[in-house]
Design a protein around this ligand. Structure first.
Ligand code: ZN
Length: 241
C-alpha cells in the first residue's frame, strides 16, 4: 500500500492546493489527514470542504477541536488564540459539525498503522513528540508497527530497530523489516523546519519520503492581513519558522 500523509493545513488553501496537485500524481491508495485543518490561516471553510472530498481518513488536531470548543484553548499562545477565535467566528455550522465529528485517533488495521495528531501518550493532552527520548516512551504505547503523527510542524522519520535502538531521519528512509516507525509528515500550511514550502510525506511498502510543494505565500499573507490575523503568524510563513 502507498499512502500520502498530510497534516497541519492550518487554513492555508494555497498550500493545500499545491500539495493536492502533487499528491494526485503520486498514485497513492489512501490520503491520510493527521489533524489541524484549521487555525492560524485565512481559509478554514475552503480547506475543510476541499479535504472532505480528498482525504480518505481524517483525525482531529488541537486547533480543530479548539475551534469548536472541544478542547481548552487557554494554553494556546496569544496569536494562536486570536486566530482560533477568528476561525470559530467564520466557520459554517456544517463545517463546525464536521470538525466536531473527527476522532482523536484512528488506525489502518491492514497496514498495522496507528494515527494520532500529537502523540500516542494521552492524545487529548496534545504533547509534542520530537526527540529520541519522547519516541522511546511512545513506541511502548501503541501496538501497531507504525504510527503517523503531525503537530510539531517539523517533519521527521523515527526508526526503532528490533533491538530498541532509535535513529532519526529528516527527509527519507528505507522501511526495514522488523523495524517500527513514528513518522511526522511536517506541516502543509505553516512549516517550522526552516523551509517555507508546504510539507507532506509519501509512505510506501519499502520507503518513506518527506516531499515539498512551493505555493503562493504572498497571496496567503495578503489574505491573512485582510482578515486582520496577527502579523506574527503572517511573517513566519515566509521564514518557515
Ligand atoms: Zn498544527
Amino acid at each position: 500500500m502507498r499512502y500520502a500523509l498530510i497534516s497541519d493545513i492550518h487554513s492555508n488553501i494555497e498550500a493545500l492546493n499545491a500539495v493536492i496537485e502533487k499528491v494526485k500524481a503520486e498514485m497513492v491508495d489512501k490520503v491520510i489527514l493527521l489533524g489541524d485543518i484549521v487555525g492560524y490561516g485565512p481559509d478554514p471553510n475552503e480547506c475543510i470542504e476541499s479535504l472532505r472530498g480528498f482525504a480518505d481518513i481524517l483525525i482531529a488536531g488541537n486547533h480543530d477541536h479548539g475551534a469548536v470548543g472541544m478542547t481548552d484553548i487557554s494554553c494556546f499562545n496569544k496569536h494562536a488564540k486570536a486566530a482560533i477565535q477568528w476561525t470559530s467566528g467564520i466557520l459554517s455550522e456544517e463545517n463546525k459539525a464536521f470538525l466536531s465529528s473527527l476522532p482523536l485517533t484512528s488506525n489502518i488495521k491492514s497496514g498495522s498503522i496507528y494515527l494520532v495528531h500529537s502523540s500516542p501518550k494521552e492524545p487529548e493532552e496534545w504533547d509534542y513528540l520530537q526527540n529520541a527520548k519522547d519516541a522511546d516512551a511512545n513506541f511502548k504505547l501503541f501496538t501497531e508497527t507504525n504510527c503517523f503523527i503531525g503537530h510539531s510542524h517539523i517533519p521527521s522519520i523515527i526508526e526503532m530497530s528490533p533491538e530498541g535502538k532509535i535513529k532519526i531521519y529528516t527527509d527519507q528512509s528505507e522501511i526495514k523489516a522488523g523495524c517500527r516507525y513514528i513518522i511526522n509528515a511536517g506541516s502543509v500550511g505553516q512549516p517550522r523546519d526552516g523551509n517555507p514550502d508546504a510539507a507532506y510525506a509519501i509512505f510506501d511498502t519499502d520507503s518513506v519520503t518527506i516531499k515539498r510543494a512551493a505555493y503562493d505565500i504572498l497571496l496567503t499573507q495578503k489574505k491573512m492581513k485582510d482578515a486582520g490575523l496577527p502579523s506574527y503568524l503572517i511573517d513566519r510563513l515566509s521564514e518557515g519558522r
